[in-house]
Design a protein around this ligand. Structure first.
Ligand code: PLP
Length: 504
């Protein structure tokens, strides 16, 4: 399978080459020259484990890996570091099925891809005879950073540098990152928001002077963000898996369409659902749920992508994003692979902060429905879900459920729906605790806190009040020593990279 750029340059890459490079030379994103069909029917996949389905789905995209290599990679990625034996349990609550993608080490769905990416990448390097050290640069809205750090910590031949928005992530998320161990890990808080971090990282990838300087040191840059195809493809696997399980448990008949609801930021996770549909599973609507940073809701309604708006720091911070990178891949696929059109739209975005999809392209967006949920509604939804169903959801998953309820009310489309449950409630414990009625004084008592109530006290109190187990990766976090204390200006990210690599 070959990979081409979304911006029209004609150089093709192998899957291993695309994974190592992360982003194409013309700054486009890699997509497969055709989306492969599922190698097995749904009936044939019934009864399979997560690992088996992942092996077949990923193998269809990344056929340069031998079967033995891929089987080994999948086995090492989805092992006992996932706390649920099924890897991704599918749980019915309220009006939908929740695909719990957060049972990995960092308690968010980013683990699904970042547990496997380091193995895909190091094997790719070996196969391509790559001798340079790979330096992973990552901008994070909170969850990618930690998952990437966990995935790459002490992986031979790699360094990893993570940038997160100072004050833009939850206390639990921040402590997870700044306490990261591993001699090749580097973490920086930047003075700016996620978009500043992401734009900064994209600039570093395009910086020829930096590339030359690193090249002379035997270092190549790559990405662990969802712009890397090695991150996107593993996510397709769980949508295929969810369809098979829905058929197995009788919620769906084989061939019947299911709706998928995804709380969306960078558009990676929902794009993976779209690709699962292109591979052959039957999908009705793809419901794209945003928080108050509803640039995607507006885009799906109007065809105009406009970043000229206030940026909101919300209680679903991993979706506080105004530039959704992976939308570029969707535009490319829906426009019949028109690289020139995509390059010109992305150029409009860079120069004027907005673009307008041509009418023909807009018409194709009908497979998607966009909606958004306010912060207040997010908390209301968590409270109602807990009271009515005894099911605890995090703020991002709540955004998805509320938008799904709105969708049901607006359309009456009652086809079975799977919601991507993207994080453990404990990652956003303070908001979730408040949402289920634990105010600060109750938390103080439940957690036995004496001084100021911290994010960690909310974790303790929430566990006492709900009896839902705290994920292993979040236990004892408050006592972990802080190892990374760097804060830098967005303009100083290049120096941060050089400093991390001891190049200055
Ligand atoms: C990253 C993230 C999202 C958004 O996913 P995208 O692939 O960026 O659209 C949603 N919820 C959580 C908890 C996340 O960490």
């Amino acid at each position: 399978m070959k990979y081409e750029s979304t911006r029209g340059s004609k150089t093709l890459q192998s899957s291993t080459g695309a994974i190592i490079r992360g982003i194409a030379e013309d700054r486009g994103l890699y997509v497969p020259v055709n989306v492969p069909k599922l190698p097995l029917s749904v009936a044939a996949m019934k009864g399979m484990t997560y690992q088996q389905i992942a092996f077949h789905v990923i193998g269809a995209f990344f056929d340069e890996y031998t079967e033995d290599e891929l089987r080994d990679i999948v086995a090492r990625a989805y092992d006992s570091k996932f706390e649920a034996p099924q890897v991704v349990p599918l749980v019915k609550a309220g009006k939908a099925w929740f695909l719990e993608l957060y049972h990995g080490r960092t308690a968010a769905f980013k683990d699904m891809a970042l547990s496997i990416l380091p193995h895909l990448m190091t094997t790719a390097c070996r196969k391509e005879g790559e001798t340079d050290k790979i330096c992973i640069l990552t901008a994070t809205s909170g969850d990618t950073g930690k998952a990437a750090l966990e995935g790459f910590a002490d992986v031979e031949g790699t360094e990893i540098v993570v940038f997160y928005p100072h004050g833009g992530v939850s206390q639990v998320q921040e402590r997870q990152m700044v306490s990261q161990e591993g001699k090749n890990t580097h973490v920086y808080a930047i003075e700016g928001n996620f978009d500043d971090a992401q734009t900064g990282v994209k600039k570093l990838f395009a910086d020829e002077e930096l590339a030359a300087r690193l090249g002379s040191l035997g270092v190549k840059l790559s990405s662990a963000n969802s712009i890397n195809i090695g991150r996107l493809v593993p996510q397709v696997a769980y949508y295929v898996y969810s369809y098979v399980k829905m058929v197995e448990n009788g919620a769906l008949k084989d061939g019947e369409a299911m709706n998928i609801v995804v709380p969306t930021g960078n558009f990676g996770n929902i794009l993976a659902a779209y690709l699962a549909g292109e591979m052959g599973i039957s999908i009705g609507k793809l419901i794209c749920a945003s928080n108050e940073n509803k640039v995607l809701t507006d885009f799906l309604a109007s065809g105009v992508y406009d970043t000229h708006r206030d940026f909101h720091v919300t209680n679903s911070p991993s979706m506080d994003i105004l530039v959704s990178s992976n939308l570029e891949r969707l535009l490319y696929l829906l426009s019949g692979r028109d690289g020139q059109l995509v390059a010109s739209l992305m150029n409009d975005l860079e120069t004027s902060g907005r673009y307008q999809a041509p009418a023909a392209l807009r018409a194709k967006l009908a497979a998607f429905y966009g909606g958004y949920c306010t912060q207040y509604e997010t908390l209301e939804t968590i409270g109602a879900m807990w009271r009515e169903n005894g099911y605890l959801i995090d703020t991002h998953t709540a955004v998805a459920y509320k938008v799904y309820e709105d969708y049901l009310a607006a359309t009456g489309d009652e086809r079975p729906a799977v919601i991507a449950a993207t994080a453990s409630a404990y990652k956003f414990a303070a908001d979730v605790a408040r949402a289920i009625g634990l105010d600060e004084s109750k938390v103080r008592v439940l957690a036995g806190a004496s001084g100021e109530v911290t994010g960690f006290d909310y974790v303790k109190a929430l566990e006492k009040a709900t009896s839902v187990r705290v994920p292993q990766g979040l236990c004892g976090l408050e006592n972990k020593p802080v190892r990374h204390r760097n804060v830098c200006a967005a303009a100083a990210m290049k120096d941060a990279v050089l400093e991390s690599l001891h190049a200055i």
